[in-house]
Design a protein around this ligand. Structure first.
Ligand SMILES: O=C1C[C@@](O)(C(=O)O)C[C@@H](O)[C@@H]1O
Length: 760
């Protein structure tokens, strides 16, 4: 087998002490010089326990059901009634519901050390919620009953309780973008939100641009908190992207009045309570306000914002540096933006960027661009949260803003984004089943990427064919469907073993443990290492029988450049993880039992890795033997007799709230349709027969297009499971694959939409 290098586990950005004394994620540009973090067992640093206080949900009249939904999403039991005094003694495995009318009388007595309180308010009951309760609670979840968006609740609670960390994940990306929406009412954006957000890593809601109608054709001077709360809720219900909450002031191209700084605190603090991921805090605000917001930000992140429209701002100045340093004191991201009139000022900004990075390596990442047409060049060079627009927006948010497609086209013209050939490598059996080429072409088109995409077919056996695609000058990466084992891909391959000076291709931790490769990522090296390729590397690959067909897609020149390394990765496990946590917080899985069915270890491996990331307590296996590398740190028990099945079944009625792992909470099947009866039998055995608040999870990885009689998914739903299928996993996997291959974020909902099924 060819030698392979391992990409170390958890190459999470070091979190150095920042100049404000707290820790920050590493400046993004540093990520360029390090191996980019890939496919660790993470969402950022991985699902974590987060806030371990007892969760108390304050609910409105006749809304007690929301308490059970919170409990189910978190994987806990719940109890209604009682007082705040008792709630603190309940322990972390219980969600306590207290009715709003009761809560207002004793919420002030709660012990903040042991209880975290969420005001769950159904907007149908009227807005705003009780202002006293809003102020007293830690967080506020605004929701609609019909339709109810459970994934919105799952995301809200996972974020506010610190079980996921968007910021770390985003800061590990080489480039990030956010779209500045400029709608007076976000409802206008919702029908197109999937298209609008292609290429964005976050969505900005410009609160100052919202226009709240007063009913007589007039609009309120500033939108009320009530209106803003509903707008944030509506946006979050329809996008999975983190939200940036901005109240831009009148002096910085916004509409928020500047006569009362406390107003900013009121809105921005409420945004933290609503679980908004990024809060834009302007630098002119008094230090007391900036500090309080920074200290109270919980799991939200602060984007310090400075804009200069005077036309006199100079990047090479003491003032620019002191603005940077002042911003850094209370920020997770520093945003500095100025209007310029001379193209050279773009170079001055680049000098400022590299100088501050060198002199203040511990400072938060800098997002800095110049405004106006002259400043557009800087928008192509900035790498941290570049603000972008979209042709479908009513107005641009700032002069000179570009769309993601325009930035990519500019980068391509400047030689910064060379045209590559990217492949979907299928086998004869999957080629017709997965018509992904049109989708990739659509994405590349939408994003203005210059690349060519082609689906190519590999021969049944041997790595030879795959290396033919890889060993080309313009090779830009590939996904493999079906996945191929590391051994099958690299064994006996002079090409793979010759990479990296004979060290072999780089393996992500996920790929190493799962043993299956579904993504090949190209990591260009620096020109100085151009001589690292071994003499033995073939300079011209064997000609592939299908070369006629791939010739039409690109230049197909032989010879991967010598200084290029290939990272062998696995995206499927991320697709599985995202599917399992779409409607459930990670804690729903922590310590609980799972069943995995598959006819081979290769088919089961990605699911096992995802379950390991979710810290399940035990995995029962059917039909395969768990490879030792994956079994490490997991409790595995094969179901090899009816007795073992019976024992697992008796481990607790639903596994929730009981000591130990309980009976299986999640069943994942990778068995084909021909074994549907066996799968159906198992979901019946482990089903919880239904009440909505004890739902378990069933994931069918078999490629079933249409529901059919005896379909395990249907039986699972009848047996009290929330059922997910291969289509969900495929869409989430494609999101991950695109991130790895082209560094761009394409929302899950867009993938589903483009593959013919709308989500909402
Ligand atoms: O801070 C910024 C950047 C921006 O001003 C721009 O120049 O693109 C656009 C604003 O919406 C955003 O809040």
């Amino acid at each position: 087998m060819a030698a392979v290098q391992q990409l170390e586990p958890l190459p999470t950005p070091a979190r150095p002490q920042s100049i404000n004394g707290t820790t920050h994620a590493m400046a993004i540009d540093m990520a360029e010089s390090l191996p980019p973090p890939r496919s660790n067992i993470t969402f950022g640093r991985g699902p974590r326990g987060g806030d371990t206080r007892t969760v108390v949900i304050v609910y409105g009249p006749s809304q007690e059901k929301i308490v059970s939904v919170f409990a189910e999403v978190l994987g806990k039991s719940h109890r209604l009634g009682g007082s705040f005094k008792d709630a603190g003694r309940e322990g972390k495995d219980l969600v306590v519901g207290i009715e709003a009318a009761v809560a207002s009388s004793d919420i002030a007595t709660r012990d903040k050390e042991s209880v975290v309180v969420i005001n769950a308010h159904c907007t149908g009951l009227g807005m705003p919620p009780d202002v006293f309760l809003s102020a007293q609670c830690d967080y506020e979840f605004l929701y609609t009953e019909t339709p109810f968006f459970r994934r919105d609740l799952a995301r809200f609670i996972s974020h506010t309780l610190g079980q996921i960390n968007h910021h770390e994940t985003l800061m590990a990306k080489p480039r990030t973008y956010f779209i500045s929406t400029t709608f007076p009412d976000v409802r206008a954006a919702l029908p197109n939100i999937d298209i609008l957000t292609v290429g964005s890593d976050a969505v900005e809601i410009r609160v100052d641009l919202l226009k709240e109608p007063l009913g007589d054709g007039a609009f309120s001077k500033i939108p009320s908190l009530s209106y803003v709360g509903e707008q944030v809720m509506l946006l979050r219900q329809r996008t999975e992207l983190p939200i940036i909450f901005t109240t831009r002031c009148t002096e910085e191209n916004g509409k928020f009045p500047m006569d009362d700084a406390n107003l900013y605190y009121e809105y921005l603090y409420r945004a933290i309570q609503w679980g908004v991921e990024y809060i834009d805090v302007e630098l002119w605000l008094p230090e007391t306000i900036r500090r309080r917001l920074y200290e109270q930000r919980g799991n939200s992140r602060i984007m310090s914002a400075f804009h200069d429209f005077s036309g006199t701002f100079k990047w090479p100045s003491k003032r620019a540096e002191s603005i940077f340093l002042e911003s850094a004191r209370y920020a997770d991201i520093i945003k500095m933006i100025a209007i310029i009139s001379d193209h050279n000022e773009n170079f001055e900004l680049e000098y400022f960027r590299s100088k501050t990075r060198a002199e203040y390596p511990d400072a938060p990442p800098l997002s800095a661009v110049n405004m106006g047409e002259t400043g557009q060049f800087s928008r192509t060079l900035n790498k941290v949260f570049t603000p972008i627009t979209h042709p479908l927006l009513p107005i641009i948010a700032a002069p000179g803003q570009l769309s993601a497609a325009e930035i990519n086209q500019a980068l391509a013209l400047l030689g910064q984004l060379p045209k590559k050939d990217i492949y979907g490598i299928s086998s004869p059996s999957t080629r017709s089943a997965t018509p992904q080429a049109p989708f990739y072409e659509k994405c590349f088109n939408e994003l203005g990427l210059p690349h060519h995409f082609a689906v190519v077919e590999r021969q049944q056996k041997g790595p030879g064919c795959i290396e033919t695609w890889c060993n080309q000058r313009n090779f830009g990466g590939a996904y493999l469907n079906p996945a191929v084992s590391i051994t099958a891909l690299t064994a006996g391959s002079r090409f793979f073993s010759g990479l990296n000076n004979g060290a072999g291709p780089v393996l992500s931790e996920a790929a190493r443990l799962i043993g299956m490769i579904d993504t090949i990522v190209v990591r260009p090296g620096s020109s100085s290492s151009a001589s690292s390729a071994p003499a033995s590397m073939p300079s011209s690959p064997p000609r592939h029988p299908n070369s006629e067909s791939f010739g039409q897609y690109g230049s197909a020149q032989p010879g991967l450049p010598h200084n290029t390394s290939l990272v062998l990765d696995n995206s499927s496990w991320k697709g599985i993880l995202s599917t399992l946590t779409r409607d459930f917080a990670p804690s729903a899985y922590f310590g609980r039992a799972a069943v995995v069915l598959a006819s081979s270890a290769d088919d089961a491996a990605s699911a096992l890795f995802a379950l390991k990331a979710l810290k399940v307590g035990k995995i029962y296996t059917v039909g395969f033997k768990t490879p030792p590398a994956l079994a490490r740190d997991l409790v595995i028990e094969p179901f090899n007799s009816l007795e073992s099945l019976q024992r697992a079944r008796m481990m607790g009625s639903d596994g929730a709230g009981v000591a130990g792992v309980g009976s299986p909470f999640v069943v994942v099947s990778a068995l084909g349709p021909e074994k549907a009866n066996l799968v159906a039998m198992l979901v019946r055995v482990f089903g919880s027969r239904g009440s909505a608040n004890t739902r378990k999870v069933f994931l069918d990885l078999a490629d079933g297009s249409a529901p059919r009689r005896g379909d395990p998914a249907l039986i699972a739903e009848q047996s009290g499971f929330a059922a997910y299928g291969a289509a969900d996993v495929t869409a989430f996997t494609m999101v991950e694959t695109l991130r790895l291959l082209v560094g761009q974020n394409v929302p899950y909902s867009f993938v589903r939409l483009a593959s013919g099924r709308a989500l909402f």
